[in-house]
Write a protein that binds this ligand. Structure first.
Ligand SMILES: NC(=O)c1ccc[n+]([C@@H]2O[C@H](COP(=O)([O-])OP(=O)(O)OC[C@H]3O[C@@H](n4cnc5c(N)ncnc54)[C@H](OP(=O)(O)O)[C@@H]3O)[C@@H](O)[C@H]2O)c1
Length: 254
């Protein structure tokens, strides 16, 4: 079976490569940048915005894990219309595995609206698919909110809730879906604990023996309300085992 991983330089892409490197699967990878361990795989340059390289990347492929995304820039063109064009070239694909995000239809954030649209595009295509939504990755929460203290203070919306999950565990789950085959939308994949961002920051300070302090700043607006209410979590799907504390102790890069 020939497998293509898109987004091979991203957080999820790198976690997927880490798992595939020890397997005997025939894996091709694609992104605009070249990941450090590209030599272990067949890397093809592609750009979803222009369509360049996608046909070559998908040639003779059976299963795609689509980890390419662009949350901050051109998300409509890459995650929705780019996906639509990509799918139109994939009549030969037996299984398109699409990682999505928990709560996207209930959180007023442009990128999430585009992810939801992308799920619809895939559902309306003729490509056999599996959609699996995950909660935020540990590394994402850490990078977005915790990694840059200012004057030894983390100024964060401390009431935001997260159920962050280990990227490696999610990657393993996605790889496991290859042998199961297309199933449509399946159960969410959530992290083991729901915590406030304030609690996560305190944990990071403890584990890293930092001198930083947490200054919690409530944020106004609907987006903020959605995170405070934990609409990005799914307490019935605490599937992941690796806690945020264990992630911090292991100091993984993705
Ligand atoms: N991050 C989270 O907390 C989280 C949680 C749940 C689900 N997810 C989902 O998991 C998937 C992967 O997310 P991630 O956090 O790993 O993303 P990421 O770190 O932002 O990586 C995005 C990947 O997409 C590639 N990419 C961006 N623009 C591209 C373009 N024009 N053409 C081709 N490739 C392009 C990037 O590579 P180049 O720049 O080298 O092209 C990179 O490899 C997404 O579907 C996301 O919604 C993420």
């Amino acid at each position: 079976m020939n497998i293509l991983v898109t987004g091979s330089t991203g957080q999820l892409g790198l976690a997927l490569l880490d798992q595939f490197i020890h397997s005997d699967c025939n894996v091709r990878i694609t992104s605009r940048g070249k990941p450090d361990n590209a030599n272990h795989f067949n890397w093809v340059h592609s750009d979803i915005l222009t369509g360049e390289g996608l046909e070559e990347a998908a040639k003779d492929i059976d299963v795609i894990i689509h980890a390419a995304t662009s949350p901050m820039k051109n998300s409509k063109s890459i995650d929705v219309t780019g996906l639509e064009k990509f799918l139109s070239q994939l009549q030969h694909i037996k299984h398109f595995i699409y990682p999505s995000i928990v709560g996207i239809e209930n959180i007023p954030f442009k990128y999430y609206r585009h992810k939801y649209e992308a799920e619809g595009v895939l559902k309306n295509s003729l490509i056999p698919y599996t959609i699996v939504r995950a909660t935020q990755f540990h590394s994402f929460v850490q990078k977005m909110f915790l990694s840059k203290p200012l004057l030894k203070r983390y100024f964060i919306p401390g009431d935001f809730k997260f159920q962050s999950v280990d990227t490696g565990e999610f990657a393993q789950h996605l790889i496991g879906l290859i042998n199961v085959g297309p199933q449509g939308r399946i159960d969410d994949f959530g992290g083991p604990e729901i915590m406030t961002l304030g609690e996560m920051a305190e944990l990071q300070i403890k584990v890293n023996k930092e001198k930083n302090k947490v200054i919690s700043l409530p944020l106004p607006g609907k987006l903020s309300k959605a995170y405070v209410a934990g609409r990005n979590t799914n307490g019935t799907r605490k599937t992941g085992k690796v806690t945020f504390e264990q992630f911090l102790q292991n100091r993984r890069f993705y």
